[in-house]
Design a protein around this ligand. Sequence first.
Ligand code: GLA
Length: 398
Amino acid sequence: MMNKENIQAAGTMVSRKHNMPAGLEKFIKENSIVARSPGRINLIGEHTDYNNGFVLPAAIDKAAYLVITPRKDQEIHLHSVDLLEDYTTNTTDLKKSMFMSWPNYILGVIEQFILAGVKINGFDAALTGDIPIGAGLSSSAAVECAVALAMNELCGSGFDKFTMVKLAQKAENDFVGVQCGIMDQFASMFGRHNHVIRLDCRSLEFEYVPFNMDGIKILLLDTNVKHSLGSSEYNVRRKQCETGVAWIQRHLPEVKSLRDATMEMLDKYVLHDDILIYQRCKYVVEENNRLLAACKDLEQGNIPAFGARMFETHYGLSKLYEVSCPELDFLVTHVQDNPAVLGARMMGGGFGGCTINLVKEEAIEELVAGAAVAYKKGMNKTLKAHIAKIETGSNILS
Ligand code: GLA
């Protein structure tokens, strides 16, 4: 059964000062660069980033840490401190790992640096972190941003944060093969303590919005599952959105993405062609509108209204966009009528990972205990819970 100790309160491993995790110290030499880059949550605005829409993410107090040390040759030696795995390749042939995923997040960024004209020499890298993997907290984007930041420092390439975010995203698109949007890398790099980022993914204009909900905490309920469908279905959703846009464009060439689309356009130009494409696009158009309304709620301190929109987002993701799974639906349904829960929904790409819940602080312990029992009974799975605190984005530690 879950109790207070089981709730992995954020900050257990890393303090506000972002100290180096103990396991990394032995890899640090005189000329090493150490970078930290956090995972992210997203309050609302899901699957909107690659549709040029809005998102409302924040960096959290769980991060990836990377030590990079230059070598005298052209070899690249990668080590995962947590998985006790090694991968070796070299700068002239960045071979993708077929059996391990973590080296590819590093190599993908290196490839982007090379393509951008940066001279990369051999190096050793050691990676660790406390972002739960597969929990939908973007541990991969965190690694990519840590690599970008460390390499930028090591090579003196002088890239600004925007450029590094784009390189990291491109690494995920081209080397890893997931056609993700920009949200995860942006949040990891630009996060600010106790603020969410209202990001316009079309213009990349953004604004820090203070996040202070008195007495309310962000509770992540981790399904502990990651369905293999994840990345392939993600790319399918992206294509379906593009199809919807193409159909509208036949009549309205000025519509460049679903950001420019309205429900009227969908009803007129998509509904009669394909109901599935219509539902996907409908979700995205509604979600963009929902986010704008949710930002107003936040400004007015109307947390119940904000929370109600989170439930609506979940419904859309589950029924229209179909990126939820039975475990995520179970956890959202479980908390739905609990008066201590202001809002809840699945978070991130979907098909597993966490639900994000806004919960009255005093009710968290009981809620987690009850949810764990129900989840075991209903899904025969073990629930994990994390309290996410909002932290600063990527930085160089030494
Ligand atoms: C993943 C992707 C992001 C975003 C979310 C869904 O986390 O990496 O770019 O599309 O899914 O909102």
